[in-house]
Design a protein around this ligand. Structure first.
Ligand SMILES: [Fe+2]
Ligand SMILES: [Fe+2]
Length: 227
């Protein structure tokens, strides 16, 4: 079913009840729990969150459609803020959480594939860390400098050409577990698989925001500055 566009007067609790998969996104916008009957507007005001940036990104992730009335009024710095929070969420929370459960699931029964699976996951984490590091050390500071009017030899199309998908390794890991991992106590591994599916989707929408929101926003600004 196609999701509808969220509006600033929707209450948070209704949105969550309607589609709980929005929860990890709310955490990355630094929206605390204890939302009472507050609307998106209320909560943004109380937590100093840019409501248009929040709606632009939430609606894009939910529907795949970019709201043209918001794209020109939201600062790319708001998108960068969300992406930085997301990097932190993946590295310090989500991957650590999956690794902990994966290790616990593997330890339940000795199996020839155990070390292969764990090594595969660790290699994936290292790759994603490098990917995030490049964005945080090169791309995001470039955008901040650009908005301060500073000149640079870097440009956003360098990032665009250089930007690879990182979630593919998770699809492979899922396949290894689904096809070859045998165990008599599968419950925890089933949980891990659900988390891996969620994480893969989350990483894909993270990339989509970088490719389809951030990059066009920044190249627009570059064009304006060149004129
Ligand atoms: Fe990123
Ligand atoms: Fe990225």
């Amino acid at each position: 079913m196609q999701q509808r566009f969220l509006r600033h007067d929707d209450t948070i609790i209704d949105i969550i009840n309607d589609d709980y998969t929005i929860l990890p996104l709310l955490s990355r916008f630094s929206i605390p729990l204890g939302v009472g009957n507050e609307t998106i507007d209320d909560i943004c005001r109380r937590n100093a969150i840019d409501v248009k940036a929040l709606l632009l990104m939430l609606n894009y992730i939910r529907t795949g459609i970019i709201d043209s009335s918001y794209i020109n009024v939201v600062s790319p710095l708001e998108v960068v803020k969300f992406l930085k929070n997301s990097h932190d969420y993946f590295i310090n929370y989500k991957f650590a959480h999956i690794r902990k459960n994966l290790t616990a699931a593997l330890e339940l029964e000795s199996n020839a594939t155990n070390s292969i699976i764990l090594n595969f996951f660790d290699t994936f984490i290292e790759k994603v860390k490098d990917h995030f590091k490049y964005e945080e050390r090169k791309v995001f500071p470039y955008i901040e400098a650009l908005l301060n009017g500073e000149k640079s030899t870097y440009s956003i199309d360098i990032f665009q050409r250089h930007h690879e998908e990182v979630g593919g390794a998770l699809a492979e890991l899922k396949n290894i577990i689904l096809r070859y991992y045998r165990t008599t106590v599968p419950n925890l591994m089933y949980d891990v698989l659900v988390d891996i599916y969620n994480c893969e989707e989350d990483l894909a929408s993270h990339s989509d925001i970088e490719n389809n929101l951030l990059i066009p926003m920044v190249s627009d600004i570059e064009r304006k500055f060149q004129q």
